[in-house]
Write a protein that binds this ligand. Structure first.
Ligand code: SF4
Length: 463
């Protein structure tokens, strides 16, 4: 089925709204609160790109912002609560800053959230969803220039479209996230994503490659390819994710290619082959397991069994001996027994993961799992979560110790968030390394001797 693409003249119209707002010459500031995944971060970079073209400068905080955008996440309950908490904080400064408050992202696609905003959050001026981010200029124009009083709610319940040509403001010059596809057709029974991000749609490879070549010209060294399900990338007959990887592999100036998130059931041999032949594609492979129990995987609608997952990992290791795996695990899915949980621990022991992102199952309104029987009591979920965490922390300690005394190639990303005197970067295996050094090393790849490990990061000295 051909994927709908937003017509060029619609994008042109939005760029004209950008110019009209810029012409107002108001020195105003914006602040974007980004919650959730890398895709949301990339969407926020598009929102920032459009706002800066309108002449807005980034604010350091809410306090001096005239436009605030909440780019929300629906993946777990606590993400939702966090947003409404923050919204409440704006009550007092909204009038003082003549502030426009926008509510965006995945939560905007949930009808019960729209009802909650209508009922209890009068301070929200504009609501837009995941399908019409490119319309932000027009929505702001209606508020700023046409002084539309009424709240604007512009959320589309559609399969989704592809749009190109929107300005993007990237956080880093050396690393860039590039969306290759959006949406998901898998409908894992616990997941809200297919309901808020629509059906899978892949950008044209020519547009992706052009974007990455431009980034390489600007000095970008590392690319992260993004999609809810990157390995089901399929822009047209005869061209798939393996083709895209090998075409990007040829681009001069890019040293490292990473991608997230692949689905184990779509991880085909052609992708494994391309990775094995490349010295740019990262050896850190994210392979979301979710559960080690074949029964639970079936109830989750994951499309693979415990055995199939382990044999896929074995196939990857045979072709890529230096492959390192990271994963996502959900603890406490409805119906999970002690035996099922033991299966999860068994896979973790066998896989020797480099990193495990672990989550306690959180009911998502509107998903199939919400209506399943045998939801697990909170205390059992937490008890299992702690056992998994203890196992993984022990394994992380062992894997981090391996780095002490070694010399690592590190891409210097910037200043450490906790200490401006310290620089931070990542090893090819995605380990965070902190070390002292001059700021002009930022963006460069250097050699660092690892002197100690601190579970989540390594300490080093420049060689
Ligand atoms: S693959 Fe499953 S978990 Fe991932 S986004 Fe799609 S439905 Fe959600």
């Amino acid at each position: 089925m051909a994927v709908a693409t937003v017509p060029e003249d619609e994008i042109k119209k939005q760029l004209e709204y950008i110019d009209k707002i810029k012409a107002l010459g108001q020195n105003r500031k914006y602040f974007i609160v980004t919650l959730g995944c890398k895709l949301n971060e990339a969407d926020s970079e598009s929102m920032a790109g459009m706002l800066e073209k309108m002449g807005y400068a980034p604010a350091d905080s809410f306090n001096d912002a005239n436009i605030v955008i909440f780019n929300t996440c629906s993946i777990r309950e606590n993400a939702e609560e966090k947003v409404f908490g923050k919204l409440g904080e704006l009550k007092n400064i909204k009038a003082q800053n003549n502030m426009i408050i926008c509510f965006a992202g995945c939560m905007s696609q949930e009808p019960h959230v729209i009802d909650k905003i209508k009922k209890s959050y009068q301070l929200v001026d504009i609501v837009f969803g995941t399908h019409n981010i490119y319309k932000l200029p027009e929505l702001l124009y209606r508020k700023i220039v046409q002084n539309e009083e009424k709240r604007i709610i512009d959320v589309w319940d559609i399969d989704g479209e592809i749009y190109e040509g929107i300005p993007v403001k990237r956080e880093s010059k050396t690393q860039a996230s590039v969306i290759i596809m959006n949406g998901c057709n898998n409908f894992c029974s616990y997941c809200i994503v297919p309901y808020v991000r629509g059906r899978e749609r892949s950008r044209a490879p020519e547009d992706i490659i052009h974007e990455i070549k431009e980034l390489a010209k600007d000095g970008c060294k590392e690319i992260l390819l993004l999609g809810q399900n990157v390995n089901s990338y399929n822009p047209r007959e005869g061209y798939n994710f393996a083709n895209l990887l090998s075409d990007i592999d040829k681009i001069e100036g890019i040293n490292t290619i990473k991608f997230t998130s692949p689905h184990p059931k779509d991880f085909k041999d052609d992708v494994i082959d391309v990775i094995s032949k490349s010295n740019k594609i990262s050896r850190v492979i994210h392979l979301p397991l979710q559960s080690g129990s074949t029964k639970i995987l079936k109830d989750m609608n994951r499309g693979y069994s415990k055995e199939e997952y382990l044999s896929l990992a074995k196939r990857i290791k045979e072709k890529i001996p230096d492959a390192l795996f990271t994963t996502d695990i959900i603890v406490g899915f409805p119906g999970e027994t002690e035996e099922d949980f033991e299966d999860t621990l068994d896979v973790v022991r066998q896989m020797d993961y480099e990193q495990v992102f672990m989550f306690i199952y959180s009911v998502r309104k509107g998903t199939r799992a919400e209506k399943m029987p045998n939801h697990i009591p909170e205390e059992i979920k937490s008890e299992r979560f702690n056992r998994l965490k203890t196992l993984c922390d022990g394994m992380t300690e062992i894997s981090m110790n391996k780095y002490v005394g070694t010399i690592q190639k590190v891409l210097v990303e910037g200043e450490s968030k906790t200490n401006k005197e310290v620089l931070t970067g990542r090893t090819p295996s995605n380990k965070i390394v902190n070390f002292e050094g001059p700021k002009d090393l930022i963006g460069k790849e250097i050699e660092v001797k690892i002197v100690s490990q601190h579970v989540w990061f390594l300490k080093g000295e420049i060689v």
